[in-house]
Design a protein around this ligand. Structure first.
Ligand code: APR
Length: 250
């Protein structure tokens, strides 16, 4: 990607804005070594979501679904937040209100130091009983097969599977943040999975300035006020450098 150039319009927007939202997807974690879902090496090119990321598949074969989530958890534990996650966390030094709305379950925004995070699709570090909803957030024991709750119920990862509702409190708070935002960044998402992708249109309708960061065009490129086609781990630090110049290095 050639040198990242900010338009005057975007620079003015950065200097007059207070409320910033970063809406992120799997692409922001790609440079941390976590595979995305779609695109060339996407997970869903190799594996079937209907066999792994839905409730009936879990009831049919909980062992297989857990093997897959434990495999993903291992990759996530071996990975680190990258320059993109870290730049987002640093925005908090320069703006009054910075919110991360993520579709990712990998906890990397939290590990990068972001403070205000809404998780639309859950978090791989949390688990709960499908019967009594007791949460188990410690390391689970698989020595006797799929872990069970003290009530006898199966324990599942606290992630949102296809066909399931998003956590209402996270979605509501994300919609409010989108409506109140001055700038709404759309980072590393194909924006094809709803209701999450609907937030981009909610922000646009509310008059927010839409900034897309992706290695390629997406469903929302046509409504973005500006698009940066490059890796998030390069584009976001470059935008942050401009912010530091604008707001004085704190
Ligand atoms: N920097 C910026 N963008 C990137 C990078 C990168 N380094 N690498 C890949 N991308 C872009 C891809 O071009 C693609 O548009 O990130 C996007 C990833 O899209 P998906 O794989 O579809 O992931 P996401 O949009 O997060 O998927 C949404 O679908 O499978 C479900 O629950 C899962 O949360 C997930 C949801």
């Amino acid at each position: 990607m050639s040198e990242i150039k900010l338009t005057t319009e975007f620079i003015n927007k950065l200097s007059e804005s207070e409320k910033i939202v970063f809406f992120t997807g799997a692409g922001i974690s790609a440079e941390s070594g976590i595979p995305t879902f779609r695109g060339k090496d996407g997970i869903w090119n190799k594996l079937k979501p209907e066999e792994l990321a839905n409730f009936n598949a879990f009831l049919r074969n909980p062992q297989m679904v857990w093997e897959w989530y434990n495999h993903r958890k291992k990759i996530i534990h071996e990975s680190k937040p990258n320059a993109g996650h870290i730049a987002i966390a640093e925005f908090e030094k320069y703006f009054d209100d910075v919110t991360v709305v993520t579709q990712n379950i990998d906890n990397l925004h939290r590990r990068a130091g972001s403070n205000k995070i809404y998780e639309l699709h859950g978090n791989i570090e949390r688990n709960y009983c499908i019967n009594c909803r007791t949460f188990y957030n410690e390391e689970l024991n698989f020595s006797e097969g799929v872990p069970k709750c003290k009530c006898g119920g199966l324990i599942r990862p606290d992630v949102v599977w296809f066909g399931e509702f998003l956590p209402a409190d996270q979605l509501e708070a994300s919609e409010k943040a989108a409506i109140n935002s001055d700038i709404f960044f759309v980072v590393g998402t194909s924006a094809v999975v709803y209701p999450a992708a609907g937030l981009v249109y909610t922000a646009k309708r509310a008059g927010s300035y839409i900034v897309e960061v992706n290695i390629e065009e997406t469903e929302v490129s046509s409504i973005a006020d500006i698009s940066f086609f490059g890796e998030a781990g390069k584009v976001l630090p470059a935008i942050l450098e401009n912010v530091k110049k604008l707001k004085g290095n704190i």
